[in-house]
Design a protein around this ligand. Structure first.
Ligand SMILES: Nc1ncnc2c1ncn2[C@@H]1O[C@H](COP(=O)(O)OP(=O)(O)OP(=O)(O)O)[C@@H](O)[C@H]1O
Ligand SMILES: [Mg+2]
Length: 388
């Protein structure tokens, strides 16, 4: 997207034409506009060009604007490089002053400001997993999808346990995080890269985790906070996997940015009924293309067949995972997800599901995580490395 350039407080045709040559499309705005731009929440241009050719002081609204909107690039146009004005500008965080109104000088200043602009593009893809009922293997699927994604690209994947209290995703990864999703939600105002990183633990399987809390959140969760945390995570990671509690409406309502919301079901009547209700509500909220259903412990001989499930949930069920209680339980007890290996049917089906979600089927073999991983050497509780 092209950068937006706004000229304020100018009647200089030459300046306006030079800026139009640099890509400015908006009409020049009167000087009084600066006070409105300085308001908290006012929509900002990428670059604000302030014509001070007939002024001897910085307008009072300018330091305020830079305080409220430090990301707005400002160019001062002034023929006199007055030291007092330059000092004032510098103290306000302004780095660009142009004394010759030429296209070349203006373009160079604009390019420097745009190069400094923090990237706000969110690039990560989020996949949410909701169990149709308790104990249907939703966490197992989420953790293993995250592990498989992390093996596609080491360091790429964050698992967020959105069970605000007493979720168990960290146990599945053998991690013992010191902080949790509740710390993120309670400190939204402090959310920057280093604070976010301090809340996250890295597991030996290569998955970063923002875990559930051992304590209950003091205030009720606000859907906007959930969205803010997810959007922030999407700027830091290529893949974000969510373990979602099916009974928390604020969490279910905060999944707007998700690429896919996956309902985990099995072939039991009560689960299929519940999957049908949950999938239908999620389709209404997020659209049918973003909602899918997968089957755990798939059984070809079950009374309720694969097609019965598809009819009940109103969509085709493209991925199912075999029943392998011993292997799943062993993995859980060791804190080592089954997808760390690919030598059994359960791991293979989960890995191929993860690849299809990420759209990387048929790509070159995934890279191993940087840390060496010993399936049998892993001691529960010792396999987590804090990244804080
Ligand atoms: N494919 C499978 N076959 C057999 N057992 C499995 C399979 N996947 C997971 N399990 C086992 O089922 C149990 C429940 O799994 P899990 O905790 O993932 O379910 P859940 O839906 O997240 O439960 P909850 O509602 O408590 O969050 C665990 O003991 C797990 O090891
Ligand atoms: Mg669970």
């Amino acid at each position: 997207m092209a950068a937006t350039i706004l000229l304020v407080g100018s009647t200089d045709r030459q300046l306006e034409e030079a800026l139009r040559a640099c890509g400015m499309t908006a009409p020049s705005a009167p000087g009084a506009e600066l006070a409105a731009l300085a308001q908290p929440g006012a929509k900002q241009p990428d670059v604000l060009v302030l014509d001070l050719q007939h002024q001897t002081h910085l307008p009072a609204a300018l330091p305020l604007l830079k305080r409220q909107h430090p990301g707005t690039g400002v160019i001062l146009v002034t023929p006199r490089l007055d030291p007092a004005m330059l000092l004032e500008a510098m103290r306000s965080g302004i780095t660009e002053v142009v004394s010759n109104v030429t296209e070349d000088d203006l373009r160079a200043a604009i390019d420097r400001l745009l190069a400094l602009r923090p990237s706000t593009a969110s690039s990560g893809k989020t996949y949410a997993f909701v169990g149709a009922k308790g104990g249907v293997d939703a966490t197992t699927v989420a953790v293993n999808v995250a592990t498989a994604l992390a093996r596609i690209e080491p360091g790429s994947t964050l698992l967020i346990d959105l069970h605000l209290a007493n979720g168990d995703a960290a146990v599945f990864l053998g991690a013992e995080p010191r902080f949790s999703i509740v710390d993120a939600l309670e400190n939204i105002h402090r959310l920057d890269e280093s604070f976010f990183k301090s809340l996250i633990a890295r597991s030996k399987a290569g998955v970063d985790i923002l875990a559930s809390s051992d304590r209950v959140m003091l205030t009720s969760v606000d859907v906007r906070r959930i969205r803010t945390v997810l959007e922030f995570a999407e700027k830091q990671y290529r893949f974000i996997v969510l373990d979602v509690p099916r009974a928390d409406t604020a969490v279910l309502d905060g999944l707007e940015s998700c690429a896919k919301v996956v309902v985990v079901a099995n072939q039991e009547l009560a689960t299929v009924r519940s999957a049908s209700r949950i999938a239908s509500a999620l389709r209404q909220r997020y659209g049918k293309d973003r909602v899918s259903v997968v089957l755990s412990r798939a059984d070809r001989l079950a009374d309720i067949g694969h097609e019965d499930v598809e009819r009940a949930v109103g969509t085709s069920v493209k991925h199912s995972f075999p029943s392998d209680y011993r292997r799943a339980l062993n993995a859980l007890n060791k804190g080592v997800p089954v997808t760390v290996e690919n030598h059994n049917e359960l791991a293979g089906s989960l890995i191929s599901f993860a690849k299809s979600l990420a759209g990387v089927e048929g790509q070159a073999k995934e890279k191993k995580p940087a840390s060496r991983f010993s399936l049998f050497g892993s001691k529960k509780g010792s396999s987590e490395e804090s990244r804080s």
